[in-house]
Design a protein. Structure first.
Length: 106
């Protein structure tokens, strides 16, 4: 398990990454774990619904290619400076068949 960084380190990671998803990827923890750590550390998080800095420039074809090669929403999102939801929504809009989440039964 990843050791929890101190408040100063968490703030620096969040400022550098610009998103909870980016911080989660850097820390190698789940999104909700990173979000909880950041909130507990008093880091001011961006409000929901704000567009990611790279959302307008993120090429959908590259998202599709990376997703088909097995990368997760979070990994793609972190590399493209967008949220995992942006990746998911763009893939759905492009008609891409999404993989089931690990451990889910259909």
């Amino acid at each position: 398990m990843t050791a929890r960084p101190d408040s100063r380190q968490l703030d620096m990671i969040y400022q550098r990454q610009g998103s909870v998803a980016g911080a989660a990827a850097e820390l190698d923890v789940a999104y909700e774990t990173a979000r909880r750590w950041l909130r507990d550390a008093g880091v001011e998080l961006q409000g929901r619904g704000r567009p990611s800095p790279g959302a307008g420039a993120a090429p959908v074809n590259e998202m599709i290619e990376r997703y088909r090669s097995g990368e997760s929403f979070v990994t793609i999102a972190s590399a493209m400076d967008v949220s995992p939801n942006t990746v998911r929504n763009r893939l759905i809009d492009a008609g891409e068949q999404l993989r089931p989440r690990p451990g889910w039964k259909r």
